[in-house]
Design a protein around this ligand. Sequence first.
Ligand SMILES: Nc1ncnc2c1ncn2[C@@H]1O[C@H](COP(=O)(O)OP(=O)(O)OP(=O)(O)O)[C@@H](O)[C@H]1O
Length: 602
Amino acid sequence: MKYIMHYLRKLHASSGAALYVNVFGMALSSLLESASLLLLVPLLGLIGIVSAGAAEGMLEKLSGMLDGYSTLHALFIVIGIYLLATLAQNLVYRKMMIHNIRLQQTFSKKLRLEAYKSLLEAEWLFFMRKRNTDLVNTMTIELARVLGAVQLSLQLVSSTIFTVIQICIAVWISPLLTLFVLGCGLLLGVFSGRFIKRAKQLGNQTSMHAQAYLAGISDQINGMKDIKSNTLEQSRLAWLSDLTDGMVKEQMSYIRNRMNSQLLYKLSSAGLIAVFILAGFAFFQTQGIALLIITIIFARLWPRFTDIQSNLEQLAAKIPACQSLYNMQKESLHAAERLRGESADAAPMLLERNIVCRDITFRYDKGRGNCTLRDIRLHIPAKGMTAVVGASGAGKSTLIDIIMGLMQPDEGYIEVDGTAIARHNLLAYRQAISYVPQEPFLFNASIRENLAMLNLEATDEMIWEALEFASCAEFVRKLPDGLDTVIGDRGIRLSGGERQRLVLARAIIRKPSILVLDEATSALDVENELRIQEAIDRLKGNMTIIVVAHRLSTIRNADKVIVMEEGRIAEEGEFAKLAANHASLFGQLLQKQAELRAEASA
Ligand SMILES: Nc1ncnc2c1ncn2[C@@H]1O[C@H](COP(=O)(O)OP(=O)(O)OP(=O)(O)O)[C@@H](O)[C@H]1O
């Protein structure tokens, strides 16, 4: 319940007084509905279904008010009041429903924004530790279930208010009989506790299945080429079949649990009505018309008990989703970068002299395990091209993430032109960097939008200039919609090389002081690679370029090469000098690549 209360408190904070207006409106609607029901008493007396003498106590008073009128007039008055009460109830109900949806939608927007903001503000390490699809699952399926839980809670409050009002009226008419029925209801509530518990267990399974499904299906759709080329279709179908078997079982258990509880409620409802009609006559001396009214009230009230029970079960099944969103927000807030005193549009830092790594040490598993980077002392000259090379797992990407300010070192720090990078200037530093990742990522939008995202003031002229620079203007010109062509998941398909060059154009349009390319040429053929090389050479001298390279042929023009080995800098210097020393690690790496290339072309 703690997790649901957390989101209800948020709803309260988001809606303020409007929430009380809603609850009050729902209560008013119930009251009007009950009032119109009560008018049936004199109405029935007037039209002679029951004799007027049968109405006693408060029923007598109601009928008594109409004493001075002729039967026809009294009938019109009662029907008029009945119609007015019904009209008022429906108008209030309509208004409240619209109000309710507005509250829900506002809250839904607020919750989505808040959850996404907490994710966006989390440090990069948080994302490295999480499975992407788990985050996607929480932000989509689980978040929708949380909104469902909040809606159910509101329904529960309104059902409870309605029920309480109806009970009050029933108590007014016949306290003893009402207490008797309530006693039975409570007893039933105690029995049905196990249905709610079971629903919560099944809700946990729903969350687990949704997580496994999303993770598996997105992995497999991303890896479809591997599946097809390795003929894994049957095994993947078997995986899905097993998973869906589990889902079917869980859904069947859930529906069985719900149907069982409803069966219990419905049977006991029929039994109860029979018992209290008999008891009304036998023990409580309730008069015919009062008994009729109580019967009507309880015939309407009992389904509300069933609704409350059903809402509680559905709510219990959604608790795991609330817990999952709560935990994600808590963890991401805990991992927030806590940048100090900087707004998101901080002016980019200018790099004039150098970037220096001062004795940097870093571990992924804090306090445990080996250091991924150890005592890194490094000097990256401004406006030059620096290449980072090394065997797989040597720590190249980790070093780049630290140099880009995405991860903070455990020891040591980064210095830019003699100023240490810390929380107060981290954002300005990052604004100075553009990054071309290993796997080129493009947003699901037009080419123009993709490029303008990094420079809101970019004109078409600037966009074409960047495209020319990255050697992609030619193929963009050939596209039917030119700059308006939609790319990304739902857009046209581009080759790896074309995507890579577009990402490079996007990086350039920002006119960054520092350009970081993580194996940016890995997806390119020889011709494209050469064109990219030319683009990078053109950029040399204008900005500081840091390249993580696997293909050593692409870094021949680097001003400085850094060779990494097991988290340390093993060698550094000019390409030609390092290459000339065949005994050096770099010399060996070159040798190995030359052999591999020779084998491949043989
Ligand atoms: N998120 C992570 N959590 C724990 N360890 C990690 C994580 N990412 C990388 N490592 C480990 O840190 C070491 C350095 O990894 P890194 O990715 O920096 O190497 P790399 O030189 O870039 O490798 P590659 O060329 O294969 O990309 C490796 O041993 C790797 O297993």
